[in-house]
Structures are given as structure tokens and as C-alpha cells.
Design a protein around this ligand. Structure first.
Ligand code: ADP
Ligand code: ADP
Length: 284
């Protein structure tokens, strides 16, 4: 099963990916993590990528696709992949379609996680990241159990340079201009599920599982999808970056779970290692 978590920076893709990779036993492919690993290893690709990342711009498609191709060659991707933060341009989505087709596969479901812009900036400004496993926390919204160390591996958490409010805002505007049009690409394939990314991490998780076709454990009456009433979501509504016709209305109802039950061996794949792109947390 090939899934993609799609949404603006700070919408909770990495947070949810952590759970989903364990639940479905497929590895996470986060292009942001792949780039940070290259930066940490001081490779040529890492040096090139860093100049774009520092400015909040997208890394060019040729470099991004080179890393994704290499990652998809690894044997652990045979049963499928959870993409996080990829594809981020229409050209990347088109190339990914071709890569999957060659492997006899397709994108089964794209989960569009929607969060209002002001919430995104608050989340990013406080985001704490584990440089070892990539897990993220927030001092107020999702605190680690022990002050400023990762619950999973005890590594000291850092704040990413590109999460500073100025760069975070730039990344959100790049998302609206260059990444949001990718949705129209997948809406044409009828594989998009729209999920409200607000509410608790567990609530968002339930919505995602339902969209994928896994029976929900949520109590009756809990909201399980769609944006909260009256909430203006990043990129939605007037001036949101793409024409309303391309935003495409309601979620597609057929889920990969209905077409092809997951039935996948569980295993524990964490986020990829490394983050060269960071500032240390100096307590709270
Ligand atoms: P993304 O990978 O989409 O950029 P993250 O998963 O890193 O986003 O989440 C961004 C920040 O928001 C992190 O600090 C994370 O702890 C926090 N966060 C994630 N999901 C929620 C949620 N449902 N409610 C509150 N905070 C959240
Ligand atoms: P976030 O989780 O907050 O959305 P990521 O870790 O996914 O951030 O990405 C950090 C940066 O890495 C982006 O701002 C961009 O510079 C670069 N990047 C990540 N994925 C891609 C991609 N698919 N295409 C181009 N650049 C990317």
C-alpha cells in the first residue's frame, strides 16, 4: 500500500507518520529527513539542498527525485511506502506516478491534512525535533515526558533553523504556491481524503485510519473528518492559492482498505536518521 501524507509545514504529517509506519509495517519516506541526513553526512547533495532549505525554498526537483529514486530501490519498500512531505510539486507527482508504475504499483491514498495558517505558525515556532529519530514535540501542544529529551531514544531535542517564524512563513507561502496544486493532480486520480488536522493527535489519527479504511476506535459522535465548521484552512477559500474548482469538493469515498485490505506485517520503522540543520534547545 502506497500512502502519502499531504499538508502544509506543521500540519502534523511527521507526528502521524510515526504511528502509521508501525501500524501498517511500511517505511516512511520523508524527503525532509532524507535531505537532513545528507546535510549531516556533508555530501554534495546535502550542501546543495541546504542552501534552499535555509531560505525556506523547495530543493530542485532533480535533486529531490534522485534521492527518492534511490530510497525506493531499497528492499524494505517492496510492500509499499508512506510518503511524508513528498511529492511537493506537480512535476514530482508526475515522476512518482511513473516510478510507481514501473514497479507495478500506484498511489493508493493521499491524506490531505488541513490546518489553519495561524495554528501552523504556532506549532512550528515551538516545534522540538529529535536529531536522531526525527520525532517531533512541542512544549505546550505535545510535550516530551522528560523536559527536552526524546521519549524514544533520550537524545537532546533541537529546534530547526527553518522553523524560525520568518522562514516558517516563507515555507507556508511556498506550500500554497507550489505544493497545493499537487492536490488537483491526485483529485483527478480520485485518491484524496480530506482530513481536519486540528484537535488532538489521537483525534487526527482516528480520522486518518478511517480514511484509509481501517475501522475507527473512536467513540460514537467524535468528529472523524473534514474541516471544523467555520475554520478557514490554509490554502482554502478566496486567495488560497488555487482555484476552488481545483480544490475539488468532498473527499473520495473509496479507500484503499476497501480496494485492497492492508494485511501487512507490522514492523518498527522510525524516521530516517540525521538532522544537520538545527539549533540546540536551551531549556524552556
Ligand atoms: P509536519 O511534519 O507536518 O511539518 P509535525 O508532525 O512535525 O508537522 O508537527 C508540527 C508540530 O505540531 C510539532 O511540534 C508537533 O508536536 C505538533 N503537533 C502535531 N500534531 C498536533 C496536534 N494534533 N495538535 C497539536 N500539536 C500537534
Ligand atoms: P515540514 O515537515 O515542516 O513540512 P520538511 O522536513 O518536510 O518540513 O522539509 C523541510 C525542507 O526540506 C523544506 O522546506 C524544503 O526546503 C525541503 N524539502 C523537503 N521535501 C521536499 C520536496 N519534496 N521537494 C523539495 N524540497 C523539499
Amino acid at each position: 500500500m502506497n500512502l502519502a501524507l499531504f499538508g502544509p509545514p506543521g500540519s502534523g504529517k511527521g507526528t502521524q507518520a510515526n504511528f502509521l509506519v508501525q501500524h501498517f509495517g511500511i517505511p516512511q519516506v520523508s524527503t525532509g529527513d532524507l535531505f537532513r541526513a545528507e546535510i549531516k553526512a556533508q555530501t554534495d547533495v546535502g550542501r546543495k539542498a541546504q542552501t534552499y532549505m535555509d531560505r525556506g525554498d523547495l530543493v530542485p526537483d532533480s535533486i529531490t527525485l534522485q534521492l527518492v529514486r534511490r530510497r525506493l530501490d531499497a528492499p524494505d519498500t517492496e510492500r509499499g511506502v508512506l510518503f511524508d512531505g513528498f511529492p511537493r510539486t506537480v512535476a514530482q507527482a508526475t515522476e512518482l506516478d511513473k516510478m510507481l508504475q514501473v514497479m507495478g504499483r500506484r498511489m493508493d491514498r493521499v491524506i490531505f491534512v488541513q490546518v489553519p495558517t495561524d495554528v501552523l505558525v504556532d506549532r512550528l515556532a515551538g516545534r522540538l525535533t529529535c536529531p536522531k529519530c526525527g520525532r517531533t514535540y512541542h512544549p505546550k501542544l505535545a510535550p516530551p515526558q522528560l523536559d527536552t529529551v526524546c521519549d524514544h531514544d533520550g537524545t537532546a531535542l533541537i529546534m530547526r533553523e527553518d522553523d524560525r517564524p520568518e522562514t516558517a512563513r516563507k515555507r507556508i507561502s511556498v506550500y500554497l504556491e507550489q505544493t497545493l496544486p499537487v492536490l488537483a493532480h491526485y483529485r483527478q486520480q480520485h485518491v484524496v481524503s480530506d482530513i481536519a488536522g486540528t484537535g488532538s493527535i489521537e483525534e487526527v489519527r482516528e480520522r486518518i485510519l478511517r480514511a484509509i479504511g481501517v475501522p475507527s476506535a473512536a467513540p460514537a459522535g467524535m468528529s472523524t473528518g473534514g474541516p471544523a465548521a467555520g475554520v478557514r484552512l490554509a490554502g482554502e477559500g478566496p486567495g488560497g492559492g488555487i482555484p476552488p474548482s481545483e480544490q475539488g469538493g468532498a473527499s473520495d469515498t473509496e479507500t484503499p482498505g476497501q480496494r485492497r485490505p492492508p494485511g501487512i506485517r507490522p514492523s518498527d520503522h522510525g524516521r530516517s536518521q540525521g538532522a544537520g540543520h538545527r539549533r540546540r534547545v536551551r531549556g524552556r
